[in-house]
Write a protein that binds this ligand. Structure first.
Ligand SMILES: [Fe+2]
Length: 343
């Protein structure tokens, strides 16, 4: 266990409002990876705050799944005893990735708040959140919640419009101190979703766009033609072929839907960060300041019916974004003063 990382976890738990005698559950799976170190650090940090931490460790797979990256199924699926232990906590540290699962929603509904933290220790340390990031993210979330439409533009031919108002706005600023609220350390962005048939236009993914779960930067443009909330054509060279091949394997029409949309506000996160370190699930790429985070596939995270396991997050760099006709981002630079970092 790295003692410096214990200090970082203690700051993070303080931001989460952890207090004396508060039950804090640390959830991990039995995969042989560095997250056991995370569990030990959170355990020590919670103890130092006088809280009552405990570790819930479950099998990663029980021989029924493929073991591939599919959202929606977690090690808690069909494990009611572990669910009971987690709902007894007031904060769960998720080292398993419960996101998009009905188990996560059930734990939240019990009033337990959840912090997901699966990035490497150096990324977590460098991107430790603060209250100012929260203020800026919440301000942006309020502005987004009032908008009726969102538009993305780029001089590469991108013009894509989202009709809003159907789904809530989700804020992620990297810590959580409210009952039942989920967050992800690190982060620093906001998003919502359009009406299910409410996305139309063309999205040209420029070279340098990052595709998750590939964790790679595209080198050749990908042109997506989008009608009534669905991708109807994917064209381009190698990267377009890879994207098509990836999506085709799910044999799921819902995988071609347009998912959440929003933008990044974390100035500590770098566009180039994922060039140096591809461990973790890529929160630095999703969070960097001034990105537009475009996504495809499921929307049940927002309360929608699309539960496709085919989900792609694609942060793009250098685009412009408008809410109704107010410009929010100008070619990768956030132009609203209250969303910008203090200089
Ligand atoms: Fe996503």
């Amino acid at each position: 266990m790295e003692y410096d990382f214990v200090n970082v976890c203690r700051e993070e738990l303080r931001l989460c409002g952890v207090h004396e005698a508060e039950p804090v559950a640390i959830l991990s799976a039995d995969t042989p990876d560095e997250l056991l170190g995370h569990a030990a650090a959170f355990m020590q940090a919670a103890k130092e705050l006088g809280a009552l931490p405990y570790h819930v460790r479950v099998p990663a797979y029980r021989g029924t799944g493929s073991g591939g990256w599919e959202v929606g199924t977690t090690p808690l699926t069909g494990h009611p005893a572990a669910m009971t232990a987690l709902k007894e906590a007031s904060l769960v540290i998720d080292l398993v990735f419960m996101l998009f699962s009905k188990e996560q929603l059930e734990i939240q509904a019990s009033g337990t708040r959840i912090l997901l933290a699966v990035e490497p220790t150096d990324v977590l340390t460098r991107l430790l959140p603060d209250r100012h990031l929260r203020e800026r993210v919440e301000f942006a979330g309020d502005v987004l919640a009032k908008a009726e439409s969102l538009r993305i533009e780029h001089d590469n031919g991108t013009k894509l419009t989202y009709r809003l108002g159907r789904y809530p706005v989700i804020t992620e600023y990297g810590y959580t101190d409210e009952p039942g609220r989920w967050d992800h350390w690190p982060s620093g962005f906001i998003f919502t979703g359009a009406h299910d048939d409410g996305v139309d236009g063309t999205m040209v993914l420029a070279p340098g766009s990052i595709i998750y779960p590939f964790k790679s930067y595209i080198r050749t443009p990908i042109t997506l033609r989008i009608e009534a909330g669905k991708i109807v054509d994917i064209s381009g060279e190698l990267d377009a072929a890879l994207m098509r091949d990836y999506m085709d394997q799910f044999h799921d029409p819902d995988g071609y839907a347009i998912s959440h949309i929003g933008w990044g506000l974390n100035e500590k996160a770098r566009w180039s960060g994922p060039t140096m370190d591809t461990r973790g699930i890529g929160q630095e790429g999703r969070s960097f300041y001034g990105n537009v985070l475009f996504a495809t596939g499921p929307n049940q995270e927002l309360g929608g019916k699309n539960a496709s396991p085919c989900h792609m997050d694609i942060p793009v760099h250098g685009y412009s974004l408008y809410l109704d006709d107010r410009q929010i981002i100008d070619r990768g630079d956030v132009v609203v003063p209250d969303m910008r970092p203090r200089s």
